[in-house]
Design a protein around this ligand. Structure first.
Ligand code: NIG
Ligand code: FE
Length: 416
């Protein structure tokens, strides 16, 4: 069956040849086609262009027409950093923060990641899957067509496996592309309070081999931060991951710059994520590397911490993408439309920079740039159609307005 989307006022982020990512000045441009059509077969984009060039339909019985009703068509968002599989919301801690406690103080009192880990150990795998699947469906309706999901609320073998098996089931059941990341080194569990070294050894020697054996992870992650894990721990973990073919996507420089950026990049990390606090040496670590920065503006918004200096990344030609960090503690929303708006409002990005950093660059941060992230012949037809809007920047400007009318995943309208 062939699918044709017609009556598109603007096709946004089209591409003729493969690109890895955009950085620096390249981020200021995207390709678009006015008054356009797009053709899809077997879930892949087969053709697109201006309506004047459209060859029409050969076989009406084998063709489905989707009318975009003069809306715009975008490639779906690529959200490269989430913790979508979590057991419960944490609005009690939100209330504590409103009453003056900081994220770190809450964590010290047994809240934060350890609170979620306790709940994770109690929740049954089926329930965890059902709730995670509902969250995922909601995000697809909001325009996300590829997503990375981390473990990290388990903090013991059994619970980490529970999360990763749920992610595996999400991969099997959901039509969107999902990558999974093993984040056993997310926090030091209570039982190991005075023996972090032993916990890291457990992560590396007991959990990692089992997870690899079950093929449950695409990447490996660690929270490199004061009170959590050091840059030496990061090196140890990434080297262990490398032996099993897992590249790093690390949590670094959220509150403090303690060498995690360099430790990650020197050890072949695919991405370094957060980067709210950056020193000169952290920027320098990117030199001659293909590592991409992942900025998480809703975490800054929600915790009231500084935003990552996106303009510095542009000036220095360092590629970056924007992701949601969807999790119950620091970003209880996975809405990439909101992330795109924050990109403009809080990071000072123009429309083209926002589009590049939420599509092709997000795809690169999951090694999906050959199959997703732009509208290109041969790529997956993961697209969203907007309501009629005056310009593509309107999408970021009119924050919180529901502007997506249809989401197409591998050529099919997502209706679940
Ligand atoms: O990316 N910083 C570490 N991990 C998560 C938050 C985890 C939590 O608070 O539950 C993050 O912000
Ligand atoms: Fe995170």
């Amino acid at each position: 069956m062939k699918i044709v989307i017609k009556n598109i006022s603007k096709l946004v982020q089209t591409e003729l040849k493969d690109i890895k990512y955009k950085a620096g000045n390249q981020m200021n441009s995207i390709n678009t086609i006015d008054d356009a059509y797009i053709e899809i077969e077997d879930g892949l984009i087969t053709n697109f262009g201006n309506m004047n060039e459209w060859k029409g339909i050969n076989d009406w019985n084998q063709t489905t027409i989707i009318d975009a009703e003069e809306g715009m068509v975008f490639p779906t968002y690529c959200d490269s950093h989430t913790h979508l599989v979590f057991p419960e919301s944490r609005e009690n801690e939100f209330n504590d923060r409103i009453n003056g406690l900081s994220y770190q103080e809450i964590a010290k009192n047994g809240g934060g990641i350890l609170n979620s880990a306790k709940k994770m150990q109690e929740i049954d795998e089926d329930k965890l899957f059902e709730e995670s699947y509902i969250r995922l469906k909601n995000l697809i309706h909001l325009g996300t067509g590829a997503i990375e999901i981390k473990s990290g609320y388990g903090l013991n073998l059994e619970s980490e496996l529970k999360i990763l098996r749920v992610i595996k089931k999400l991969k099997d059941k959901s039509p969107i592309t999902i990558k999974s990341t093993f984040l056993g080194a997310h926090a030091v569990p209570k039982e190991y309070k005075n023996n972090k070294k032993l916990y890291l050894e457990t992560v590396i020697n007991k959990m990692l081999p089992k997870i690899v054996e079950e093929k449950l992870a695409d990447y490996i992650d660690i929270f490199c931060e004061i009170g959590y894990f050091s840059s030496d721990d990061t090196i140890k973990l990434l080297q262990a991951g490398k032996q099993f073919g897992l590249r790093g996507k690390t949590h670094v420089n959220q509150f403090n710059s303690i060498g995690g950026v360099k430790a990650s990049i020197d050890n072949d990390a695919l991405s370094v994520d957060h980067l709210e606090t950056m020193r000169e040496e952290d920027f320098k670590a990117f030199k001659n590397s293909d590592c991409i920065a992942t900025l998480l503006p809703s975490c800054s918004f929600f915790l009231g911490i500084p935003y990552s200096p996106a303009q510095e990344f542009i000036k220095r030609n360092i590629p970056f993408n924007l992701a949601s960090d969807y999790n119950p503690g620091s970003s209880p929303s996975g809405d990439m439309n909101f992330i795109a708006s924050l990109g403009s409002i809080k990071l000072g990005l123009n429309a083209e920079q926002v589009i590049n950093s939420t599509t092709i660059n997000g795809a690169y941060a999951m090694q999906l740039n050959k199959e997703l992230g732009t509208i290109k012949v041969g790529k997956k037809a993961n697209l969203f159609i907007t309501k009629k809007i005056p310009s593509y920047h309107y999408l970021h400007y009119s924050f919180s307005e529901k502007l997506i009318s249809k989401v197409i995943i591998e050529g099919k309208e997502f209706k679940e």
